[in-house]
Design a protein. Structure first.
Length: 611
């Protein structure tokens, strides 16, 4: 896990790339890579690459970046120093890819996945991105073609941000790093980013809070040539994989328990590829308990597990610690538990807000459990993130289809609902959540029902929580209802429609992004075995069937059965008392969107980011 930066003055009139800007961007990402740093600028000052290293695979200096290799002569004969890369992430199948390349006569001088990526790019160009199993964001400079190639992993686990002023493109792992360079984030606010945060509690990709900075989409590549010509591809889309699974399921696709177990074990094994120890985040939930059980079974003794508890919840039904420790004892892991309280949150709050690269109403729990693992000496930990999206664990899998089906069956209900909301909305908002006022207006479609389920502020509240003109412009630019509806296009099963929405919005824009910034705040790489393209493809046909594997089926895969208290525990979410800690009177948790206390926390977060 690392931080990367790239500058490319592609236009003939662009000013030269400067070492000062490149180093300012790189220094802003120090915690992403405390094990080393490097940079390179070409002799004409038209392109520069920089890197901060967190050494996970091939710990030697041979694997340092930016890495350079000579061309092998396929395009004219042994070009010296043709390819250079700066790369963030891990490719878990790099050894299999390396073996394939070696059989074709390709030589290697390191044991790193970085060199494999370069040689694969030399052979296959942009198409190589679809062959990488892992999490990554990368930039490759081709000196012969005078082009910069960018790629981001299939699910967007790793971030990659781009600022282009029409003459020079700037790339980095963090928005704040680009801003630290002094040349990006100066155009003004992005209304779509601000509206997106108000609606969802996170900024939807590809937007940021800044008009001149965008994220490279998940599962996408972008090639920028000298002069500015661009070529982009989208090589992976979870919704498309789900649709292909639906097509296969028409033939009666089923998945045996043994097949589900092997798919999960395969992903866990791949996510343990590292030259440093790997631990597991362990809560009382089925996702992390299943991962811990499978990891202990496959990796053997000495597996380390980490649990976070809160003093406010000790002894209550919200306390995750006792059950997590029961799981750790059953699978004989080296368990470490830490409880935190309001005083710990208060002390860490400035650092949390600083580390948060884009505003989010979540991520505090990940920040603290990552700190526990890092203080325990780890660089890598597995998280159960993605299990609810994959196996239908959220109540949205029941609520959204039911709402859309019942309300959507009434002709003209949206127009009637809008009139109802205009008349009675203020009174309803004074008594309860304003979402109830929009139930008839929005609830008749999957897009509207999902917005009601996940929304922070409702669309009609936007002019009251931000400048009305920004609200109008942001709504028009973001087009949230259109985009939400497009997310489910081509899918026929209710569960897959919700699955695509949860993966493409909540997981991508909040959970994965939070895991990145919260882990990197402590120089910890967080890996997510349940967010894996091979696993999704293997499950997709079964997910479309009537007997789709659920959380209980997942939890039944370890050879040694999980404790009954874990198997029978209802879904509760991981509660964090942020609202109590921020001295709000509301007693709801950060997992209950729409609470007044949560809105207050969101306002605090946004103000800190804007500052």
């Amino acid at each position: 896990m690392c931080g990367i930066a790239a500058l490319f003055a592609y236009h003939p009139d662009a000013p030269p790339v400067t070492l000062g800007e490149l180093m300012d961007i790189n220094k802003a990402m120090l915690r992403r890579g405390p094990d080393g740093g490097g940079h390179w600028i070409d002799d004409k000052s038209r392109v520069g690459l920089a890197h901060r290293r967190l050494a996970i695979i091939d710990l030697s200096s041979d694997a340092a970046q930016p890495m350079v290799i000579d061309g092998l002569g396929n395009d004219g004969g042994g070009e010296k120093g043709r390819y250079r890369i700066t790369y963030n992430g891990e490719v878990y199948n790099f050894r299999a890819l390396r073996t394939e390349l070696e059989r074709q006569g390709v030589p290697f001088r390191t044991q790193s996945d970085t060199e494999v990526i370069l040689r694969l790019y030399e052979r296959d160009g942009a198409e190589m991105a679809g062959q990488l199993r892992g999490m990554f964001a990368l930039a490759i400079w081709d000196a012969l073609e005078q082009s910069l190639f960018l790629a981001r992993d299939p699910f967007g686990i790793k971030p990659l941000y781009v600022a282009d002023d029409g003459r020079t493109v700037r790339v980095a792992s963090q928005v704040k790093a680009l801003i630290a360079g002094g040349r990006a984030g100066r155009v003004g606010p992005n209304p779509a980013g601000h509206v997106g945060f108000a609606l969802f509690g996170s900024v939807p990709d590809p937007h940021t809070l800044y008009a001149d900075i965008e994220a490279l989409p998940a599962g996408a590549t972008l090639t920028i040539e000298r002069g500015g010509m661009r070529r982009s591809t989208r090589y992976f889309d979870p919704a498309k994989v789900l649709a292909e699974g639906e097509a296969a399921a028409r033939g009666g696709a089923t998945l045996k328990a043994s097949e589900l177990r092997e798919l999960l074990l395969d992903s866990v094994r791949h996510h343990f590829v590292a030259d440093v120890p790997v631990g597991v985040f362990l809560s009382a939930g089925r996702d992390s308990a299943t991962l811990a059980a499978l990891a202990a079974e496959d990796q053997g003794a000495d597996l380390r597990t980490f649990t976070l508890g809160f003093e406010e919840f000790e002894g209550s039904h919200l306390d995750e610690v006792p059950l997590a420790e029961t799981v750790a004892e059953q699978y004989r892991t080296r368990q470490h538990t830490e409880r935190i309280a309001k005083l710990h949150f208060d002390a860490a709050l400035p650092e949390i807000l600083h580390a948060m690269d884009q505003p989010s109403i979540d991520g505090v729990n990940t920040y603290f459990v990552a700190r526990v693992a890092a203080h325990g000496g780890l660089k890598v930990a597995l998280s159960g993130l993605g299990g609810d999206e994959l196996f239908g664990g959220y109540d949205s899998f029941r609520q959204v289809p039911k709402m859309a089906g019942l309300i959507g069956a009434v002709p003209g209900v949206a127009a009637l609902g809008k009139a109802f909301r205009v008349v009675f909305g203020p009174a309803i908002a004074a008594m309860t959540s304003p979402k109830y006022a929009g139930l008839l207006e929005l609830g008749g479609s999957y897009a509207g029902a999902y917005l009601l389920r996940r929304g922070l502020f409702m669309p009609w509240e936007l002019p009251h929580v931000m400048d009305p003109e920004m609200a109008r412009a942001g709504w028009e630019a973001l087009q949230p209802m259109v985009r939400l509806q497009a997310t489910t296009a081509g899918l026929r099963t209710p569960a897959n429609k919700v699955r695509a929405l949860e993966m493409g919005w909540y997981m991508l824009n909040q959970l994965l992004r939070d895991a990145d910034w919260a882990g990197m705040a402590h120089s910890l790489e967080i890996r997510v075995p349940l967010v894996d393209p091979v696993l999704l493809r293997g499950l997709a046909p079964a997910l479309a069937g009537h007997a789709a594997p659920d959380k209980r089926a997942m939890a039944g895969t370890p050879a040694k059965r999980l404790p009954g208290a874990v198997l029978d525990r209802p879904k509760t979410g991981f509660f964090v008392p942020v609202e109590r800690w921020t001295q709000d009177s509301a007693a709801r948790s950060t997992r209950h969107p729409g609470g007044r206390g949560l809105r207050s926390w969101a306002t605090k977060v946004l103000a800190a980011q804007a500052a």
